[in-house]
Design a protein around this ligand. Sequence first.
Ligand code: PHE
Length: 350
Amino acid sequence: MKEKLEAIRKQAEAELDGLTSPEQIESFRVAVLGKKGELTSILKMMGKLSAEERPVMGQLANDVRAFIEEKITEKSKEIKEKEMQKEIDSMPIFDVSAPSDLSRGSYHPITLVQRECENVFKSMGFAVENYSEIVTDYECFEALNIPKHHPARDMQDTYYLENGQLLKSHTSAAQNAIYKKYRDSLINDGLPIKAIFPGRCFRNEATDACHENTFFQMEGVMVDKDISISNLIYFMKTMLSEVFRKDIKVRLRPGFFPFVEPGFELDISCLICGGEGCPSCKHSGWLELCPCGMIHPEVLKAGGIDPEEYTGFAFGLGLTRLAMMKYGVKDIRDLNSGSLKSLSQFTDDE
Ligand code: PHE
């Protein structure tokens, strides 16, 4: 029996050496260690041995079993590693130092227009402010003279978070914070508040060629003693003719916004159709570009500024619309499409 066990050990070792797959290992394991395996059938013959021989042979059989099990584990590991290496070798070579054949990226048309507007306003002494996309109901509505249940809220249905905050539906949502930030220097040092704050806005909209649920605006405010509508018109005209690099046709219509009084809509003639009418301008020949007006006394008050002493103007420039006009984008949805084919046409000439 001793010789038989030794023979099994030797044979198993040799056989295992030639195995190359996990399946082969498994059938080998069954053939040697399984219920009907070679080693098991020898163990069954133990009963026939004498009382002295039995423990010695039992010990040897256990050693052989442990030896074979260990060899099987080793071999399985070796085969797995080899398979993994094969897979790695078959992968395409990725050389991080190889020169890229991707073409250069380009700035998004809205970024280009935003920067251009920022530069024009900066040159006129405006500070550029950044503001959060998530705001409170107070900032977006209450502080802007839009109490709960006011019908003006219907126009600005947006996306609400579970904690009651919301995605800002217009950049005016930053007005309150801007007034509070600058009011001390306005009141104590006599410095006017002159700030623009561009940002992404969200509305629950049915989308079409001129409506999107995500769009960009640029708010601007100026507050000081004796600010009037003439100041507003001057800044708007200067900025637009700089951006379009020509005198563009504009018109002012009365417009209602609870946070300005009086309020206006500033339209520019549609640059896509030249004023004849197309889907981008809702066939009117005009594009609503910039709602604006004199800041409502209640809004100044909410920002800690005395409306008896100070006045100001505010405007909400539609950066998305402006980009469409400037670059002749016919469908607003192209701007958020992520389509490089459409967007890479706009190169930065700075
Ligand atoms: N926040 C307004 C809107 O998005 C636009 C606006 C801004 C109007 C500033 C007047 C003054 O509809």
